[in-house]
Design a protein around this ligand. Structure first.
Ligand code: GDP
Ligand code: MG
Length: 138
């Protein structure tokens, strides 16, 4: 299950991991795909929706906290990792971007309690192999 703010690159990343054409579409609801659960950014942005993420997370094997490398504000509250009693990984997206600040994203994810990170670009394909392998989709 991928979580993170609207525009972080969750849906595009799933398309890239699945070898699909990248096609922008706003995610309006929880979407159950073959190997992924995609979530709307609002679920991560609004504190009253956090419970929805926890409930949906019970259907997942791994939760990925997706933090965009161009974000200059934290997305996840401190220790949010501990809301989920299953493995959590951090995914830092858009590393191809000229304004990417991977270290900031990594620090924010660490404050959320994440200690395993994957740096990816859906546009260039960087990091996708490692991520697929980590998800057991290699
Ligand atoms: N530079 C760059 N932009 C990306 C990348 N992945 C997604 N984007 C752009 O970020 C925007 C939001 O992507 P989307 O996948 O819809 O984000 P979501 O709301 O988290 O599902 C779109 O305009 C994408 O084209 C990437 O790897 N690099
Ligand atoms: Mg989306």
């Amino acid at each position: 299950m991928l979580i993170g703010r609207t525009g972080a690159g969750k849906t595009t990343l799933i398309q890239a991991l699945e070898g699909m054409a990248l096609d922008y579409r706003k995610t309006q609801a929880v979407e159950y795909l073959d190997k992924y659960i995609d979530t709307p950014g609002e679920y991560s942005e609004n504190r009253w929706m956090r419970g929805h993420l926890q409930v949906t997370g019970t259907e997942a094997d791994i939760v990925a906290f997706v933090h965009c490398s161009t974000d200059t504000q934290p997305v996840f509250i401190n220790g949010f990792r501990y809301f989920f009693p299953i493995p959590v990984i951090g995914i830092i997206t858009k590393v191809d971007h000229p304004e990417a600040d991977v270290e900031y994203a990594r620090r924010m994810l660490m404050m959320a309690g994440v200690d395993e990170f994957y740096c990816v670009s859906a546009f260039t394909g960087e990091g996708l192999e490692e991520l697929r392998a980590a998800l057991g989709h290699g």
